[in-house]
Design a binder for this molecule. Structure first.
Ligand code: GLU
Length: 607
């Protein structure tokens, strides 16, 4: 043990360059909790965007729970403190390394389209044109998919956890009851959504008390959510997917509780109690690619995360980023990402409905064929055409530009990682899609419903793998990832950010693996996202740092930020690294989304 402490302390010294110091005394209830984006220690680790949620996960580990127990408890707490990003009204993807079995397994807890959703649900019959994306589809019952989060928690705990759902939800129920201290991110997210929240009576009542977003420093309580968690804890899955709550969810979607006089349409949707009763999570094999001697595991379709991150790594593998100067490495990263996104758009959808060539998309041969299309000196003209993942590789396939599609995925969501002393690791991304989801709160139940079905392509086209079909899961970009080195867990990471999730995970991985950064440096580094479009979206600090160096390649960098949010951030990573001596380095965002929170069970630094 002495040796472990000594070497972890050495890592702490290295990390002191990040300007992090100080002691985290346990604050009394309802005071802003001290948080650190980086932590080193042993016995297990948790990282998330929120200090209350991370603490709850660590408490579970300290009481003898495993990584799965901690992940579910942390996720439930995020449903309280990050209600606009995730919660029981949404879905997600749970990736798990089982130390006993030495393998990675996943749960697909994605929302599904209702059984009666027509393929033209997003088309206005009066005009024959798609409804306006914002606000018509975004703030709407028509975009609410059957939620998968409660079923994901239940499945994970039953298969791999040691706690009951009741015990795992208890700390989050208490947090909802006692409240948490509002931070600037919560207030600004509420203000960004003020107009549409005001349009829906139970949402206005809960999140705009007195007509305003809760003030920074005040305590926000959600006793109705506490009761909902307690109900689900006591009665289990049937309390959510059946009974009174299911009836209320369906009724709310069918007849959204609009504020009288609101100008927003808030269209009714198709979700029924039969959809809820039928909902099932899916146990899936993970995606897997080898990169630089590592095994990188991700989420298979219905998410495009695992195939797109994996394909991009296969494209980069022959190029050896680790031997390149920074501008060349960034150019290669941007080009590989564009190529992988071209294939994502052409081939990835819900495998229960479309034939997704997952194996070929992830084959090194296909990656190499796509890789040789990268001009080392010049950015290609985007958008690029997809390749042909047919198993016949060898020559450099020609690629030409095609027509640009519209990217309408939200920038919300949340990611968490948890690891325990037995060597189990969880990487879990969950969402209600847009920040604030559909904007529709189930009256008296304290949670927002998702608008995940906006992840379908808006206009139905027979050839589109992501077209609307009843019962189908919309294509996701969520990319919860676990990396093994020599057969043992090395890294776990993921992020929110709609389709930028994929590039954020890819960039963070290459930062850590190829570009000599520590994990906290890799997480903090400024980001750019090339998703097969003419311009690269880049955080302003990325443009400041690399804009000049990337100019000769011909990339057009445009500053990030969109119509929905006040922030110009790309992603918000939560990650952890298992150190060679068995210790943990947990890394959350230092500043994005107001900074995340990382902790370890027996903390060496900061302490
Ligand atoms: N709905 C998105 C997806 O599944 C996530 C939304 C977000 O991160 O904002 O990929």
């Amino acid at each position: 043990m002495k040796k472990l402490v000594a070497s972890l302390s050495a890592s702490a010294l290295v990390l002191s360059g990040f300007g992090l110091s100080g002691a985290a005394a346990s604050p009394p209830k309802q005071q802003a909790r001290t948080k650190y984006p980086t932590a080193i220690g042993y016995g297990g680790a948790v990282a998330s965007v929120d200090p209350d949620a991370t603490k709850i996960g660590l408490d579970v580990l300290r009481r003898g729970g495993n990584a799965v127990d901690a992940a579910v408890a942390t996720a439930a707490a995020l449903g309280v403190t990050e209600p606009y990003s995730a919660g029981i009204g949404g879905g997600g993807y749970f990736v798990y390394y089982n130390a006993k079995q030495r393998r990675v397994m996943t749960i697909d807890g994605r929302e599904t389209a209702p059984a009666t959703m027509p393929s033209d649900a997003f088309i206005n019959p009066a005009t024959g044109q798609p409804y306006k994306f914002t606000p018509d589809l975004v703030t709407s019952g028509v975009s609410v998919g059957t939620p998968g989060t409660v079923a994901t928690w239940d499945r994970a705990l039953r298969q791999w956890g040691s706690l009951s759902l009741n015990k795992a939800l208890k700390p989050a129920a208490e947090l909802a009851e006692d409240g948490f201290v509002v931070d600037p991110t919560f207030r600004s997210q509420t203000l960004d959504n003020k107009e549409r929240f005001a349009a829906i009576a139970p949402t206005a009542k809960l999140f705009l008390p007195g007509g305003d977003a809760p003030k920074v420093g005040t305590v926000f309580k959600n006793p109705e959510l506490a009761d909902t968690y307690r109900l689900i804890g006591a009665k289990g899955l049937p309390a959510f997917y059946g009974g009174a709550l299911a009836g209320e969810i369906a009724a709310t979607v069918k007849n959204p509780p609009k504020t009288p006089g609101t100008a927003l349409p808030v269209m009714p949707g198709h979700l029924t109690t039969a959809d809820l009763a039928k909902y099932k999570v899916i146990d899936r094999a993970p995606t897997k690619v080898r990169y630089d001697g590592l095994e990188v595991y991700g989420m298979a379709p219905s998410s495009s995360g695992g195939t797109t991150v994996g394909e991009a790594l296969n494209i980069l593998a022959p190029l050896h980023l680790d031997r390149m100067e920074t501008p060349q490495a960034l150019h290669s990263y941007l080009e590989a990402s564009a190529l992988a996104f071209a294939d994502r758009g052409a081939y990835v959808g819900d495998p229960a409905f479309v034939d997704v060539p997952t194996k070929e998309l992830l084959s090194p041969g296909f990656g190499a064929e796509r890789s040789c299309l990268i001009d080392p000196a010049k950015a290609s003209v985007k958008p690029l055409k997809p390749g042909v993942p047919d198993g016949q590789y060898g020559t450099c396939g020609a690629t030409t530009a095609t027509k640009e599609g519209r990217d309408t995925e939200g920038v919300s969501t949340t990611h968490l990682v948890a690891a325990d002393k037995w060597g189990n690791v969880v990487s879990y991304t969950l969402t209600i899609e847009q920040t604030g989801g559909s904007g529709i709160t189930v009256p008296g139940r304290g949670f927002l419903l998702n608008n995940e079905l906006t992840d379908f392509t808006t206009v139905y086209a027979e050839a589109d793998p992501n077209r609307i079909q009843p019962g189908k899961r919309p294509r996701s970009s969520m990319s919860p990832t676990i990396v093994l080195r020599d057969g043992k867990p090395f890294l776990a990471l993921g992020s929110p950010g709609g389709s930028t999730i994929i590039t954020t995970v890819l960039q963070t991985l290459t930062n850590r693996v190829d570009r000599g950064m520590t994990l906290p440096e890799a997480v903090a580094a400024p980001r750019a996202s090339q998703r097969n479009s003419a311009a690269v979206t880049a955080e302003p600090p990325f443009i400041d740092a690399y804009g000049t160096a990337l100019k000769p390649f011909g990339h057009t960098l445009v500053p990030s930020g969109d119509a929905f949010t006040s922030a110009a951030e790309i992603g918000a990573v939560a990650a952890l690294e298992i150190l060679p001596n068995g210790g943990f380095l947990a890394a959350a965002e230092p500043t994005r989304r107001g900074g995340g929170s990382a902790g370890t069970v027996h903390q060496l630094w900061p302490n």
